[in-house]
Design a protein around this ligand. Structure first.
Ligand code: SAM
Length: 278
């Protein structure tokens, strides 16, 4: 019988954030595939777990996937872990998951920490919908192209960034996306956990040398949100458009003025329309 592939989330700082189920799986599997075996050894030693480790990192994902799939087909259960957080999220994992599925091997996620989710829930920015980008390219041109691509994104945008690139990334955000509201979620779950909530330019003027790990959250493009709302309203009948503002408690005069502005027409035209309707 084939073994199972477990994708085990590990803490992003505070070791108490590992789940009971994750510990159970790490104790039970035959092999642990780890992004950095020395790093994972520290975690395993802390929880007194001793297991054969195989390295599985970005540069050897393809070749190591073949080896791990062979071991799974021989009946070994394998847990995949990354250095921190959830495997496959800006970390190795995608390749082996795809190959496991092709080989009819069960893939079982063991939930736990992910920096992006914890940063988002405490950010104060809208959480209903969001766009996770992960790391921007290290190449200037590609980095700028990606930011251009998301310029009109209305949902909350989430980025991962290394501390030494933070300043440059914030400068690019300011230039391309404008002076948006952003949140820097720093050192999550660790002693110096901090949320910096301000505009990009204010944050840029405050930060000199930044230390630790960061998630950058960017408020969606409010202007394009307004455009979408406006376009939606303009698709409605004049009566529905009127009702929309009526429900907001506006008086007749204000409503007519707003409809005229949304539709880019003279307010007398709208006024006449409603007079003739009576
Ligand atoms: N797989 C991980 C996850 O599920 O979040 C992400 C790994 S990625 C290689 C590392 C990046 O995640 C860091 O550069 C940082 O942007 C973010 N990160 C990880 N741990 C963090 C923490 N404790 N506080 C803030 N950001 C963190």
């Amino acid at each position: 019988m084939n073994g199972k592939l477990y994708l085990v989330a590990t803490p992003i700082g505070n070791l108490e954030d590992i789940t009971l189920r994750a510990l159970k799986i790490l104790k039970e599997v035959d092999i642990i595939a780890a992004e950095d075996t020395r790093h994972t050894l520290g975690l395993l030693n802390h929880f007194e777990i001793s297991k054969p480790l195989i390295s599985y990192y970005k540069q050897n994902e393809k070749s190591k996937s073949e080896i791990l799939i062979k071991k799974l087909l021989e009946g070994n259960n394998i847990a995949l872990v990354s250095d921190a957080g959830t495997p496959g999220i800006s970390d190795p994992g995608e390749e082996i998951v795809r190959k496991a599925i092709e080989n009819n091997i069960d893939v079982i996620p063991i939930p736990g920490c992910s920096a992006l989710i914890n940063a988002l829930i405490a950010s104060g920015l809208p959480t209903k919908e969001f766009l996770f980008i992960g790391f921007l390219s290290a190449l200037k041109k590609e980095k700028r192209e990606k930011l251009e691509e998301i310029k009109y994104e209305t949902r909350t945008i989430i980025l991962y960034e290394a501390p030494h690139k933070l300043k440059d990334t914030l400068e690019c955000i300011l230039e391309i996306l404008g002076n948006r509201k952003i949140v820097l979620a720093r050192e999550l779950t660790k002693i110096h956990e901090e949320f910096i909530r301000d505009t990009v330019s204010n944050i840029l003027s405050q930060i000199e040398e930044v230390k630790g790990e960061f998630v950058i959250l960017i408020d969606g493009n409010i202007e394009s949100q307004k455009d979408v709302e406006k376009a939606n309203l303009n698709d409605k009948t004049l009566e529905e458009h009127y009702d929309f503002y009526d429900r907001q408690g506006l008086c007749k005069k204000e409503i007519i003025k707003k409809i005229a502005k949304d539709r880019d027409v003279n307010k007398n035209e709208i006024y006449q329309y409603f007079i003739n309707k009576k």
